[in-house]
Design a protein around this ligand. Sequence first.
Ligand code: NDP
Length: 350
Amino acid sequence: MGLSAARPLLHLILKGRTNPDGQDSDHQTAQVAGKTGMADDANKVVILGSGPAGLTAALYTARANLAPLVVEGTSPGGQLTITTEVENYPGFEKGIQGPEMMEVFRRQAERFGTRFLSGEVSETRFDRRPFEILVDGAVVRAQSVIISTGASAKLLNLESEKRLMGYGVSACATCDGAFFKNKEVVVVGGGDTAMEEATFLTRFCTGVTVVHRRDSLRASKIMQDRAKKNPKIAFVWDSIVDEIHGEPKDGVHGVRLKNVKTGATREFKTNGVFMAIGHQPNTTVFKGLLEMDDLGYLKVRPGSTYTNIEGVFAAGDVADRIYRQAVTAAGTGCMAAIDAERWLEAQNAG
Ligand code: NDP
């Protein structure tokens, strides 16, 4: 199975930095206007993120003649563009490749007048009207904002993990699995992502060892069964990876495993390590501005996409710690578009 519609959906790299080169902001606004073809007045709707939530919000607001501007981020289309087959998005009876699906989403939004801008959001100023969003140092003005910045893969925070990321350590089997042809790899985690990644990696690898910190999996029964039945997949229970051995020049050659019950450690040979321990919402840039839960997911008024700031809406994984599916992201993207449209209408009527 190659489900990927459950994966985190975004991709803007959100950095807490200010205008990097100190350029005059009016000059930069003019540059953005030039790039996107918009006049130098505020956009009615600016959408941050271009996964299923953002592009559905774009489709709906474009069809409402609001000429949305989508800030795509550095990986347009979000994480579905780095995955394989999506089997659980309704309407695609035989499944569809993630990148192709996002291309369809994009074209559909574009057809009704959505504009796109790539770049990183470094700052949002929600304390003024119109709102201001800094994208690669340029100011984008917005009457309303829909945040659909998704969530990103969590890491173990080991120094060796950081040093070897891209050199034998990965957080995306779909992206990097093919580099491990006829190799042995470790997958860390016990959820659906870990089962999916482990199963996918058996296409290339001679063996996959799932290292899980407990003695039972969190993954759904069907995913567990599929992994457990696969003769290439082995499990190490009650254990964590507490060190990864290797050098960027020749990759990973092993890990140190620690049994969390006994405290015992042992060395384990492997050629690669895939992290599959969940995700965190991409909300750093909104800290102190928007209400978040304990994990950093944006809070919305129940049954709506309203955040605590009037005119700022949230959709998709960035505000959803529970479901995190492409279809639920698209659904809330639609809700955000309708909420924004009605909110703008009320502002103009008032
Ligand atoms: P989950 O949060 O479900 O699972 C994370 C796993 O990583 C857990 O087993 C957790 O252990 C473990 N973990 C977390 N932090 C650490 C750490 N620091 N060290 C070691 N282990 C750690 O995330 P997933 O990404 O797996 O799934 C997210 C959502 O997406 C779920 O709702 C899932 O159902 C869905 N999904 C569905 C798929 C499908 O239907 N095909 C495919 C992929 C995802 P513990 O169990 O002890 O907490």
